[in-house]
Structures are given as C-alpha cells and as structure tokens.
Design a protein around this ligand. Sequence first.
Ligand code: NCD
Length: 396
Amino acid sequence: MTSNNFLGRTVAVINDLTLDERRHLYSKAKELKEAMIRKDRALLNKFKINDEYFGMRRAFLEDSTRTKGSFTSAMEFLNVNEHDFDVDHSSINKSESYFDSINTLVGYDDDVFVIRSKLEGVCRYLEEKTYDLGYLHTLDKPAFVNAGDGKHEHPTQEILDGYTFLEDNHWDYSHLHIALIGDLFHGRTIHSKVDGLKIFHNVKVDLIAPNEIALQDYYVKRMEENGFEIRTFESIEEYLDQKDISKQWYFTRPQLERMGEKVLAKQDELRKGITASVEFLRHLEDDTHFYHPLPRHKEHPTLPTELDGYSVNGWTRQSKNGKLTRIVLLGAIAGVPYICDDFEGQSLEKKVYEDNFIEPLIVENSGVKNYKQGVRPLKNGVVIDHISRGSTPQEI
Ligand code: NCD
C-alpha cells in the first residue's frame, strides 16, 4: 500500500469526493468491469487488497438487500477481513448509543466501517469523534462510508447511478438531461444527486413529483447554484404533454416508512402521477433508459415488472454496477496502488473540525401540562413531532 489522497477517506456525502476523484474512480470502475467481462484475472488481481489484517465491517441498522449484498460481495472480492455488525444481537438493544457501539468495534481492528442508519450525519459524527488509535493495521483512524443515512444522503448509490448514466451516455461528461421521478422529498438517492450530477458539465433536471413529495426548495436552490437547468412537473402525464422529454428517467419509490401520517393517507393518489407504464414507451425515443435504486413495492411498484423485459430497463444493470463501483471505492480508501497511484487532479484538503456536531440548547420550562394521551413530556431531550409535507409550520 502507498500513501495517497484516497487513503483512509470518510465518504459521508458525495461532496467528500472531488469531481476529479469521482471521475478517476469511474474510469477505474470501467476498467474493472471490462476486466470482469474478459475474465482477465491478472488485471482483476491488481484491484484486490489481499490483506487478512485489513478489517472492514458492515453496520446496517436499517434494512437492505442490494447495498449490503454488494458491499459484502465487494469486500469478499477485495479479500480482506470482512464481517458484519450483528445489529439484532448488539448492545444497541440495551440502549447503548451508536457511538459507544461503533467506537468499541473500532478497537477491534476495523479500518473501514460501512454504515446504514436512520441517524442523519452519523458518518461525519463518527469521523470527528472516533479516536486516533494509532494501531489499526493500515489506517491511523477508521474511515466511514455512508450506505444511506435517513433521508439525507446515499453517496455510494450516487456513484453507481452516475456510473450507469455514463455508460448510457457513451462516457460523455459534457451533458446530462435527466428526469427525477417519485418521492423526491424523502429519497436520499435524490438528495445525493444535487451535488452528484455535477460530474456532468451541462445538466438539465426535470423534477416530476406531486406537491406533497416534491423536492425541498433548498435542494432545488442548490441545484440552480450548481448551474443546473431545472423544470418541475406534478405528474408524468404533465411531463409527456410537452416536447422536451429526457432519455434518462430515474424513478424512486414512495418512502412510506418516512412519511408523515397525512401524506401516507394519500399514497394511492400520489402514486398515480409517478408510476410508469408500457403505454408510455410509444412517446419515448428508442434509446431511452429508466433507472431505479430499488427496491420496488411488490403490490404497487411505480416501475411495473412487465417493463423488465424491455430495452428501457436500466435498473438491473444499475444494481450490478453497485458491486464494481463499491470495489473501487473501498479499494481506493484502502490505498490499493493500482486504483490510486495514477490519480491526477484536485483532491480535498485534510479536514479540521472545530464546531460541535450537536449544540445543546437550554429549553425554558413552559409550566405543568396535563397530558391525557399522545406524546408524553420528556424530562430530558427534544421531541419534534407532526412533521410531514402538507402542513404549514403554523399548523404543525
Ligand atoms: C435506496 C435506499 O435505501 O435509499 N435503495 C438502495 O439503497 N438500493 C432507495 C430506497 O430504499 O427506496
């Protein structure tokens, strides 16, 4: 292993990798895929870590099939000491904090942690707070890779999505015209696109979602600041009613588990405007591709399974691309020379943290209340309740 820019890097958000770094990883992933197709073992071996002392642990505190499966498969390929954090039988169930649990595991020689959690910002927090142990096998301090944190970000999904768009764009970085469809409000894969799509030089984004699950204004604003051209539509029908239709459509599932009760009650109605059908294909160019991070609902998929057999299916390849892009990312963090050594371009400055991640505020006691039902008063802490799209702040 050599010392390099990628070594030991935490990837909490997609912007933790510069555009040059992302483009470099894409070119390596392309090379890896071609080597896999040719079964070129000599070249494949150059991508491996092959080190029984290099520890990687998956900590999935939310359900997952593809992300966890592809990370497992990537770690096996890399040939490291890989294992799982057994969430169901961990002390988290005895009310231990994530920090205590993860920090304990850091002491057991894990260099890299891949974490999925409802706790937004958890990887950044751990990056700041974990100790420099000075005796990990390769890294001085563990690296954290965000595999999805609440509705915040999903940077490794962004890497594989970008890779798949590039394949269909014939590796042309000059432009992208994409339609983002579905639950843009709760979908973390969408939120990572705000900065993720910057790898393309000219970006046009069509946002298609009913108002209740439309993309937050601050994300739209940031896309505009990034130079993207933005158009908004409330349904696919409305989108198809005009002439400038994208050839790349990215669907996301209504994130039922993250919805407030008012939006959840409208789910059937909301689904109508964001569900694809074979019918649509006659409006589209032959080389149009649909994508979806998956999973899709088995009874109410917004991407019907009958579309699987059509050439519009980009989601199966997208899911497979998850393994190779994760091999390259983890390999880079471990400092594999073949992945890192020929990097040229801009990298990030080493971070120095000064601010506290959580700033405790003193809350004035507003007097005794008589609660017959509902949320109980907390003796310590803050309850933020009734937050759902559809109500004004005053109503909340
Ligand atoms: C996504 C996720 O978990 O955010 N799926 C994935 O990682 N493959 C999208 C989703 O759950 O809808």
